[in-house]
Design a protein around this ligand. Structure first.
Ligand code: NAG
Ligand code: NAG
Length: 345
């Protein structure tokens, strides 16, 4: 998975209140298939598709659920094919999914830049078309069968109406050092490495790696949804306001079986927050703290600690320009008289 600048503010519409559901507000649902993805044991596919099938028009997205399926439409379990980094039939599955460079036969990254010895694992070692080398069954060494898979995704949406409030999506990255280092541009590392805990910490039963940072929300509002993204080894993430108050906590669920959706050792779900509007409110310019915890019982490479939130912004107090002119002041805070009042003055 590749990401554009991580502190992205993208305006998209999401239904906030589903209380009034008249006939014109019926929930639509449609399922689509991606172009085929061909994978051999250990292969990585990291592709960009444009103009993919998707509902069109002015609409409010309700949900987007995706899974990998085979040619017969049967969901593929994570231990065979791992969304993000797929690995099948390989000996060291966790090593492959964590993109450990020693398992991929690469010396340069996707852009031809040399990979130094100090880079143990991560996206730079497993990009599109690379292969995790140590294939379990040596008979497969020259590839094995290519498997044809698809991403099957279901989109649910409503047609736009006045009942829909727009929200902003923020993806906060626990590795962004910008604010802590006084830089103005985001400096998201996207992925990071978790070193194995020391013997002292192990003795104290304290093998938890904490990655934390601060991110400023330019405009405040109500957080109405929050969920974290972590990799295997993750043990939870949280988001706090400037005063430390908990805005959202997101915890992973690990699978316990073999079947798709319950794969042992893999994160099969992250809990999410749906705060009632008004209960997780953020000020304009508030610095939020993002925390991502991993178990460091063992080393992990290429892990992530992202927190995705949806914010319904507070109504902007528009200065005079829009509509009828009002009378505005900048002291002690910026405020305006309503135009019906000021027009009578
Ligand atoms: C590893 O990469 C080198 C150079 O690209 C290539 O010559 C070699 O055959 C590869 N080895 C394996 C096992 O794929
Ligand atoms: C993260 O780890 C710290 C230190 O162990 C702990 O205090 C905190 O509660 C953890 N947060 C989550 C969300 O698990």
């Amino acid at each position: 998975m590749k990401m554009s600048p991580l502190f992205v503010a993208l305006l998209i519409a999401v239904l906030l209140s589903a209380t009034a559901t008249g006939p014109s507000e019926a929930l639509n649902s449609k399922t689509f298939l991606s172009p085929p993805i061909f994978l051999r044991p250990g292969s990585v596919s990291n592709k960009w598709y444009y103009g993919i099938p998707f509902p069109t028009g002015h609409l409010a997205l309700k949900s987007f659920n995706a899974e990998l399926v085979d040619e017969h439409g049967v969901p593929v379990p994570l231990h065979e094919t791992y969304i993000h980094h797929w690995a099948l039939g390989v000996a060291d599955k966790l090593g492959c999914t964590e993109c450990r460079c020693d398992l991929y036969n690469v010396t340069v990254d996707e852009f031809g830049r040399r990979i130094g010895d100090d880079y143990v694992g991560g996206l730079r070692c497993c990009y599109d078309q690379t292969r995790c080398g140590k294939v379990k069954d040596e008979g497969l060494a020259d590839g094995g069968e290519a498997r044809k898979l698809f991403l099957r995704y279901t989109v649910m949406w409503l047609d736009w109406s006045d009942a829909v409030l727009p929200v902003k999506i923020y993806i906060l990255d626990a590795t962004d050092r910008a604010l802590l280092e006084g830089e103005s541009e985001p400096a998201c590392q996207i992925e990071y490495q978790v070193e194995e805990c020391s013997s002292e910490d192990r003795a104290k039963n304290d093998c938890v790696h904490v990655e934390a940072t601060k991110e400023v929300l330019p405009r405040g509002g109500d957080i109405v949804f929050g969920v974290a993204h972590q990799h295997p080894g993750g043990i939870g993430a949280s988001l706090h306001g400037e005063d430390g108050r908990l805005l959202c906590e997101s915890m992973p669920t690990y699978g316990e079986g073999q079947e798709a959706g319950n794969e042992a050792g893999y994160i099969v779900g992250m809990s999410a927050c749906y705060p009632k509007p008004g209960t997780a409110t953020v000020r304009d310019g508030e610095a939020l703290t993002v925390v991502s915890n991993y178990s460091n019982e063992r080393q992990h490479t290429g892990v992530m600690g992202l927190f995705q939130i949806l914010v319904a912004e507070h109504e902007q107090k528009l200065p005079a320009a829009a509509g009828k002119p009002g009378l505005c002041f900048s002291f002690p805070v910026s405020w305006c008289l309503p135009s019906w009042l000021s027009s009578n003055m």
